[in-house]
Design a protein around this ligand. Sequence first.
Ligand SMILES: *Cc1c(COP(=O)(O)O)cnc(C)c1O
Length: 230
Amino acid sequence: MDADGQRIERRIEQARAKIAAARPDSAPSPLLIAVAKRHGAGAVAAASRCGIKDFGENYLQEAQAKDAALPALDCRWHMLGPLQSNKAAAAARLFSWVHSIDRAKTARRLGQARLDAGLDPMPCCVQVNLGAEATKAGVPPAGLGELLAELAAIDGVEARGLMCLPEAGLDPDGQRRRFGELAALRAEHRIAHPQLEELSMGMSADYEQAVRQGATMVRLGTVLFGPRPA
Ligand SMILES: *Cc1c(COP(=O)(O)O)cnc(C)c1O
C-alpha cells in the first residue's frame, strides 16, 4: 500500500475507534459512510481496501466517474447532495441510498425512475433543516409529518430515516442538542412510519456527538481523506 493508502487506513482505524468509544452500550455500530468528494478514485479504492463498503457523494457525475474508474469496486453509493430531477433516471440506477430528500416532487421522479428500471424502492432519508437556515436544504421540522405522508404514497421510494446537517461552528453542547432534536423527531414520526429507522447524522466535526445521540449512519470526509482539494 502506498503512503496515501496507509494514511487513509490509519485515519479509518482512528475514526472507528472514536465511534466505538462514543457508541451507547445498547446501540449497534453505526454505518460508516466515507465521503471522498473532490478526492480522486484512488481515495475510494484505498478506503475500499480497508473494508469500507459505503461511499457518499454530493454530485451524481462525480459518483458516476469514480464508479466507472473502479469497475471491480464492491460498494454502495449514497447520494448526499441535492438531486436534480432531470438526473433522476441515472441517480435511480447508481445510488443505493439517497439522504437528501426534502420535497415530494424529486421523490416522485426518483420513484418513477426506480420503477422504470425494475429496481426495488429507493431507500431514502428525509433531510431536516433543524436550524431553519436559509442557505440549507431540508424540510423544516414542522413540515416533516406532511412530507412523510406524501412520501408514503409514492411508489418507488421508501422513507427509511432522517438526515441533518447542523450549523457549522456549534460547540459540543449545541451539536448534541441538534442531534437530540433529530432523534426526537424520528421517535415522534416512527409511530406513523415504523420503517423510519435510520438517523444519518455526524460529519468530521461532530460525529462523536452524533454517535452519542444514536446516529445509525455517519458521513465522514475530511477526517478520513484530509482537506478537500479546491
Ligand atoms: C461533505 C459532506 C459530508 C462530509 O463532510 P466532512 O466534514 O468532510 O466530514 C457529510 N455529509 C454531507 C451532506 C456533505 O455534504
